[in-house]
Ligand binder design. Structure first.
Ligand code: ATP
Length: 446
């Protein structure tokens, strides 16, 4: 029974990093060339997990909301976008160099720099004065490499939502209050990518910009804070490792009225996974000014013409995936003294929902029949090699909530054994009922 087993949570990130590489969840990008710092590849299991997370976000934030439209914009926007948004001027971190070992650090993180390996007679770094380093990744468009051709990979997905605000509002015929959402890649030339995927140079964001009248900003800010916390709890993130942290007034951007971070307790401490911000009318006003277009709206009743206030929710998909993996990880000591690593994902997030495991290769015909029936509804893994205990352990590490074994009795009684990942309890059920039973048990999030 689950209650009798002792379970250890993840304490060292190394254990998760190694499981992720070993099982192909996430690993260094361009590994065969030695990797590239701040870039990660998701393997088959990680991609399924991430896709499940993204579709759940899309489902909750876009599809279930009559007042939200979803879009998908180009990664490269007109360069004026980033002037209007303030990124060209202000999107920078303070950088220091060590004159001895030549390593670079964020000035606010030198406390974690560790000893200098190059100085004689001292292990202290010899830092330069801090200078600002712009975090946007640059590229050039077209055949010319001069300054006029400079463009930026987007540093956040939301700026093109502001660029498209007028067209989306007009074509969707939405009225204020309403939101526009987008999910996609963002790029930041982080000075020190670290903590596995937590701080990467290429990552995915899921952002919602909800436009409202200034008189309703508090109402919508609290509505979206509640909604987003509900989402994180729904993922199964443990209550005592999830919190909100309101920004103090001196932390707020000059145009922002309120901001709350959703934080998760990682092995490396409490860290932000989502930001919820009242950004005022700053973004639409700036893009209106820089583009020369009127991005205001007219109230159909009062005829007031105004620039809406925006409430933003901005969540990192990779950071949330990481939180889900940290939260799911458990090392259990079983009754027989063996240990197992089990990823206790919510069944609807799990990369594989069902593994079909015939006890013998001779049972492949009914097993493949069941497999192809289940594949229509679930992500299924088929494995007929090796001892069954070892096959279960592999599925525990992948976080597969259900294993279905077919044995020689199955042909007689038309039943199979369903083994549940967390309790390890086994139950015999009619083969024809497997699909419906698993759909009920895995579908709680949908
Ligand atoms: P931080 O202070 O940690 O750099 P931020 O406050 O700059 O983050 P935002 O600009 O508010 O982050 O971005 C919204 C979300 O995007 C963050 O909550 C985070 O989940 C994600 N995110 C931002 N930067 C990165 C990164 N370098 N790697 C992975 N995810 C990121």
């Amino acid at each position: 029974m689950a209650a009798e087993r002792s379970a250890r949570r993840l304490e060292r990130m190394e254990d998760l990093v190694s499981l992720c590489a070993r099982r192909g969840f996430v690993f260094q990008s361009s590994e065969i060339y030695g990797g590239i710092n701040g870039f990660w590849d998701y393997g088959p299991l990680g991609t399924e997990l991430k896709n499940n997370l993204k579709s759940l976000w899309w489902q909750r934030v876009v599809r279930e909301r009559p007042d939200v439209e979803g879009i998908d914009t180009a990664i490269i926007a007109h360069p004026r976008t980033w002037e209007a948004s303030g990124h060209v001027e202000h999107f920078s971190d303070p950088l220091v160099d060590c004159r001895a070992c030549k390593k670079r650090f964020r000035a606010d993180q030198v406390g974690d720099a560790g000893p200098c390996s190059a100085r004689q007679g001292s292990s202290e770094h010899d830092f330069t004065e801090p200078r600002n380093f712009n975090l946007m990744l640059r590229t050039h468009i077209g055949a010319s490499e001069d300054a006029a051709a400079v463009a930026y990979l987007r540093a956040e997905t939301c700026q093109s939502i502001f660029n498209d605000f007028k067209r989306v509002r007009e074509t969707s015929r939405q009225k204020i209050p309403f939101g526009i959402a987008q999910l996609g890649k963002a790029f930041r030339n982080e000075i020190n990518p670290r903590n596995f995927t937590f701080r990467s140079r290429e990552f995915e964001q899921a952002e919602l910009e909800f436009f409202c009248h200034a008189t309703e900003r508090e109402k919508w800010f609290s509505h979206w804070t509640d909604e987003r916390m509900r989402f994180h709890r729904e993922l199964g993130l443990a209550g005592d490792r999830l919190r909100t942290r309101a920004h103090a007034t001196d932390e707020l951007a000059h145009y922002a009225r309120a901001a709350v971070d959703v934080e998760y307790l990682f092995p490396f401490g409490w860290q932000e996974i989502e930001g919820i911000h009242d950004r005022g009318s700053y973004d639409l006003s700036r893009h209106g000014e820089y583009s020369g277009k009127d991005l205001g709206v007219t109230d159909p009743e009062t005829k007031e013409h105004y620039v809406p206030v925006v409430i933003e929710t901005s969540v990192g998909i990779d950071r949330t995936c990481l939180a889900v993996m940290v939260d799911a990880y458990a090392e259990e000591t079983l009754e027989d003294g063996e240990t197992r690593i089990v990823m206790r994902f919510h069944p609807a997030l799990a990369p594989i929902q069902v593994a079909v495991l015939p006890l013998s290769k001779k049972l492949s015909e009914p097993a493949h029949r069941l497999e192809s029936e289940l594949r229509r509804r679930f992500n299924v893994f088929y494995d007929d090699a090796g001892n069954i205990g070892r096959r279960y352990r592999r599925q525990d590490e992948a976080g597969t909530p259900f294993c279905v074994t077919i044995d020689f009795e199955s042909a007689q009684d038309e039943k199979v054994t369903v083994r549940e990942r967390d309790s390890m309890e086994q139950e015999r059920i009619p083969i024809g009922a497997v699909g419906a039973v698993l759909a009920e048990r895995t579908g709680a999030l949908r």
